[in-house]
Every structure is written in C-alpha cells, then in structure tokens.
Design a protein around this ligand. Sequence first.
Ligand code: SAM
Length: 256
Amino acid sequence: MEPQLDYGNWIRKKILLILGLSTLGVSALIIIPLGSFYRIIMALLFLIILISFLFPFYSYVMFSQKGGRFQEKVYNLIIQSLGTTVKGRILDIGSGNGVLAVKLAQQAGEAEVIGIDYWGKDWEYSKSVCEKNAQIGKVENRVHFQKGDAAALEFANDTFDGAISNLTFHEVQSAADKRAVLREALRVVKSGGRFAFVDYFYDAKYYGKAAEFEEYLKGLKLSQFEYKPLRDMMAVPTLLRHPKILGKVGIIYGRK
Ligand SMILES: C[S@@+](CC[C@H](N)C(=O)[O-])C[C@H]1O[C@@H](n2cnc3c(N)ncnc32)[C@H](O)[C@@H]1O
C-alpha cells in the first residue's frame, strides 16, 4: 500500500486521552458505596465528563481521513479559493504537518510553496513530518519548510505571489490583536498577489464583531476580497457548527 499523507488532527490526542481517562476515573468512583446522594452527584458528573469527551472525539473522527475527512475538505476549499492557476512562490503560514502546502503544490503545478511554523511543543506537528509528507506527495522539490513566527515573518514586503493559512492566526500568542497577524501575512504578498486564509474570523474575541471586521477589511484597500463563514462555502454538519469547533470559522480570500 502507498504511504499516506500524515494529516495529524486538529483535535489533540493528548486532550482526548485526558478526557477519556477522566471519564473512566469518574465511572469507577460511582461504584463506591457512599450513599445514593453521592451516586446521583457522581452519575451527573459522569454524564458531563462523558459528553465533554464524546464531543471532541466525534470532531476528531470527522476531521480524520478515516472519518469525515474535514481537514482535507477545508484544505481543498483554501486551494480552490486561492486558485490552482497560481504560479511563483506561495507562503503557507502555520503549516502544522504541511499537508495543505503539499496539496497546493500537487494541484498548482507551477507553484513553489514555502511553509513556516514554529512547531511548538503544544502541538502534535513537526517539521520532519512536513518534509516526509512532501516526499510522500512527490513534491519535495517544490515545497520547503522553515521555522518562523507568524507575528513577525522574516520576509521583506511584497515577497510572495500568494499566501495561505489555516487555523493559525488566532493561535499566535504574542499578538493580542489577531488582525495584526492577518496584516503581517498580507504584508509579504505582492500587490495583486492572491491569498486565502481560514481562521476563527467570526469570533469577536479575536477579530471583533463581523460587521466591524468587514469594515476593517475594506479599510485594508485590497484589490478584491471575500469574507464568508465556512458553512456558506461548504457543507458543515450541525455538531461541527459548534462555536468551539467550526461554527465561528470563516474564510477571507482575494487579491492584495
Ligand atoms: C490549529 S494548528 C493548524 C496547523 C495547520 N495549518 C493545519 O491545518 O493542520 C495551528 C498551528 O499554528 C502554529 N503556530 C502557532 N503560533 C505560531 C506562530 N507564532 N508562528 C508560527 N506558527 C504558529 C502551531 O505550531 C500549529 O502548527
């Protein structure tokens, strides 16, 4: 069997493990004979913990390639929104395991893709998996990865013919205002270059209210842009529309 791209998963296995073990732990506590009040409280606690485990577990399965393949679906949306006719150098900001960069290189045969990430220990991604994925995808000659900070990209203004990013801007801890990370991404794109970014663009905590953020985007004087909720661009099952999962996720794409 051909080796498959290692997507990793947007839901961290470590979190599932902690929630799964907590569920088992509380279920074991229920059987301690400390009276019916104790048992009722423990049963309620069990129910709460069970749901808080099952929900991310469901999301994990829906994201994975053996389940709903939603990571792949979002990557395809980004690539289609950027346009597969892109040429030249394209930057992927916050590459994770590099699958988006690899898939873009596969679909846009005249593009060279540079993926940057800081690959911190909070995440289950790495540069070595990125490089392995580029080999599996047979695009290692056109996809390169390097360590970098999305808040302060080490590239001059107007370097890239395009830029993409998925679910990264809101993760940048050093930037209190995530709009600054978006501006930093656009800074390195050439005038007229294309971009397609997915993030929690409908979460007011990160970007302000949607109507105000849209005005803000207009103020950036881009040649052209679209700002849309993910659910308007692709089918998203009801449970995945939860605000903590994909409910507040949106896409911004267009030309600088
Ligand atoms: C939710 S993951 C998404 C990864 C990848 N884009 C994907 O679709 O699987 C967020 C990524 O942002 C990266 N990240 C967080 N802060 C960063 C920063 N300041 N600079 C570069 N990458 C960062 C993390 O290392 C992680 O790989």
